[in-house]
Design a protein. Structure first.
Length: 343
């Protein structure tokens, strides 16, 4: 099998660290591996497949000789992606910088792999909550066209990076010690007011927009329509940060164009790659973030009819947003390209 020269931008962050784990677990066919980060992280030594790699400071010349550039996300994506493309690399980017660019495919490999062929050097990884929801929606969309989705998310602090996990841990320690909880990050670092997440829920992820929805909520609307290539597919989202380390949970209400059978829906979900059905109310079995963390699949349960509206159903989906919602999905895009000899 051909091997590829791979660069990872943001190698020391939460998603970058997950890239390295998955490259080992999945025996990703790399030849040379270049780990890139900010000047502050340069010089760190990380072990991959038993070999030590020194993290380098990312510069415009870092992508010479690179075939695949995996970007962990963040504001640096927009700066460095053009340099990587000019150097001949295919960039698979985990930030929001290119997702809604009409020239950039937005890919969930199990949902719309054929759209990869339209890339012009950059491929975008969707928002973590969008990916997890789309994994549950696609097998059902193939049974009956979806008219409308109402989704409420319960998003883990790791969606805010390592700093989100550290803030939750610190606040729990402060609370147990009887000290005031200090908040410096959530709901979003760019705004002046911050709230504790320990023992709390925050109904804001990212900034508010003119229509009173948050930027995170708008991502779920626009990205889902782009992935399914269906502007008639209506989505209404409410995104909430919860005091959970890993794995996002979502309550999804789906209205179809025609009625479906519950057994048929369960069968379609169970047969879909990357989805597991965990739905036994007698045994109290349903997906929970504590048990889906560090798993590659998305888990679906609590499937039932919405008796208030025709052709409408509820389900509960949980997935590890650092894995399937970020690093795994990005790596799977590269794997699809390799398998189909699109690179």
């Amino acid at each position: 099998m051909k091997k590829y020269n791979v660069a990872i931008l943001g190698a020391t962050g939460a998603v970058g660290t997950e890239f390295l784990k998955l490259i080992e677990e999945r025996n990703f066919p790399f030849n040379k591996l270049r780990l890139l980060a900010s000047k502050r992280s340069a010089g760190k030594v990380l072990k991959v497949c038993g070999k030590d790699y020194t993290v380098e400071e990312a510069t415009k010349d870092s992508f010479k000789g690179i075939d695949i550039a995996l970007f962990a996300g963040g504001s640096i994506s927009k700066e460095f992606a053009p340099y990587a493309v000019q150097a001949g690399a295919v960039v698979i980017d985990n930030s929001s910088a290119f997702r809604m660019d009409p020239d950039v495919p937005l890919i969930v490999p199990e949902v719309n792999p054929e759209a990869i062929l339209g890339h012009k050097g950059i491929i975008a990884n969707p928002n973590c909550s969008t990916i997890i929801m789309c994994m549950a929606l696609k097998p059902l969309y193939d049974l009956a066209k979806i008219k409308r989705v109402v989704v409420s998310t319960y998003q883990a602090v790791s969606g805010a990076g390592k700093e989100g996990i550290e803030e939750l841990e610190r606040q729990v320690g402060e609370y147990v010690a009887g000290k005031p909880m200090t908040a410096e990050l959530l709901p979003t670092g760019s705004m002046p007011k911050h709230y504790p997440i320990a023992f709390n829920l925050i109904p804001q992820i990212d900034i508010f927009l003119e229509d009173l929805y948050t930027k995170e909520e708008l991502k779920m609307v626009n990205e889902t329509q782009k992935i399914f290539n269906d502007k008639n597919f209506k989505v209404s989202a409410t995104c909430v940060r919860v005091p959970v380390y890993r794995s996002h949970s979502e309550s999804v209400n789906i209205e179809f164009e025609h009625d479906l059978d519950l057994a048929e829906m369960r069968k379609a979900l169970a047969a879909f790659p990357g989805v597991q059905v965990l739905d036994d109310t007698v045994k109290q079995e349903y997906p929970m973030p504590l048990y889906t963390s560090e798993k590659n699949d998305c888990f679906v349960g609590r499937l039932r009819r919405d008796d208030t509206r025709p052709n409408t159903f509820n389900l509960w989906v949980v997935g590890d947003q650092i894995r399937k919602g970020a690093a795994l999905n990005t790596l799977q895009i590269a794997e699809v390209m390799i398998k189909n000899q699109w690179i």
